[in-house]
Design a protein around this ligand. Sequence first.
Ligand SMILES: *Cc1c(COP(=O)(O)O)cnc(C)c1O
Length: 257
Amino acid sequence: MPTRSVEERGNFGVLESRPMAAHSDAIVQNIARVRERIARAAERAGRTAGEITLVAISKTCPAEAIRAAYEAGVRHFGENRVQEFEAKSEKVRDLDVAWHMIGHVQSNKARKVVELFSSVDSMDRLSIAGKLDGAVAESAAPEPLPVLIEVKLGGEASKSGVEQMGLAQLAEGIVRSCPNLLLRGLMTIPPYADDPRRARPHFEKLRQLRDQLSATIGLALPVLSMGMTHDFEVAVEEGATEVRIGTAIFGERRTPQ
Ligand SMILES: *Cc1c(COP(=O)(O)O)cnc(C)c1O
């Protein structure tokens, strides 16, 4: 019987010394376990697992790990660094999946982001939204780019995202001045607490902010991207439609992010 903490950290530790087949098996098993936990959390909240999209966060993982997750049925992946993903993308270009940008976008990388990613889930500044909007307009086959606004909850403890006070203004700015962006919802990373239940008020808050914002700007905002390895079950209970899970699928990351 694996202990709970092993379950949460993913089912393998030393990536390099494991043969690739065993490594892929671990990923496949981890995904099955994560899906099961999502389904149980959904059930507790009177929801169904089908309402929740699993976004596998593959930052720092090799292309082979992405491929193993793809074979297990994962169709959404998240990466937080343009350069890292660009280097890997050659090897996974054939996969028919959605690539989510979940990290900070630098303005000089807007064009690359539009070229490489299917959505940006970490929008927190109108100037960057403008750059992305322009990059979409200039691309060979312009197609609206879905975006989520990242909201900073939990005060000082949170590092990224727009402050609650600035949320409506940013959303209105995107809707008004970025015709090539499609605002779909909100994302958050709550401050870390040992007890994942302490994230609950933040997830609840994000849902309320979404409801208010949706009414204010008169736009359906169906996506709530919240919940990571440590707290995704609580997030699902609070209405997450997308969970972003790295460690519980791919194991502990070697490179600090
Ligand atoms: C790394 C990362 C995740 C995944 O974190 P885990 O704890 O490994 O599941 C999710 N969201 C964002 C924005 C990240 O940077």
